[in-house]
Design a protein around this ligand. Structure first.
Ligand code: SME
Length: 151
């Protein structure tokens, strides 16, 4: 369990006091990783329309080889394509998946939209099998909705 309301309040505080987008995204990724036991890697991918793909932005957790992900590739690229959240309770059960580490069991990705346009996404990897509930989706959708003001 995690304190969803406290995390939401802290997120709003980071956004209200933001002077630099990347700093704020890093603060949020750090907080989420610290506060939620089943979040093992928390990061943002930023959409580049000219390159039709996602560049790795601020993150907390192990370094990853996936610094650029074309639209449509992996879970992240599918979220960029469809602009809808994706919850993968078992990464071994899907084909279009880009592995970062053998420890990752599950993943959740939520888009950030600005005036209906896809601009970024929040990507979370977990070492726990099937850990995500509606509590996660509700919290992360709240955060991503609030983040659109920074784009
Ligand atoms: N697993 C992702 C790649 C990014 S890493 O999780 C950091 C995917 O399938 O798109």
């Amino acid at each position: 369990m995690f304190d969803k309301e406290a995390i939401k309040a802290q997120t709003l505080c980071f956004i209200e006091n933001s002077t630099d987008r990347n700093t704020t995204l890093l603060e949020i990724s750090k907080m989420l990783k610290n506060e939620v036991y089943h979040y093992d890697w928390v990061g943002f991918y930023l959409f580049d329309a000219a390159k039709d793909g996602l560049f790795l932005g601020p993150y907390t957790g192990a370094s990853t080889d996936h610094t650029f992900i074309p639209t449509g590739k992996g879970v992240c690229g599918q979220v960029a394509q469809h602009k809808q959240p994706m919850v993968v309770q078992d990464v071994n059960a899907i084909e279009n998946y880009l592995s970062c580490s053998i420890n990752v069991q599950s993943e959740i990705v939520v888009p950030v939209l600005k005036d209906g346009k896809f601009v970024a996404e929040l990507d979370i990897d977990s070492h726990s099998p099937a850990p995500f509930t509606t509590n996660d989706t509700e919290l992360l959708e709240f955060i991503c909705q609030k983040l659109s003001v920074l784009f």
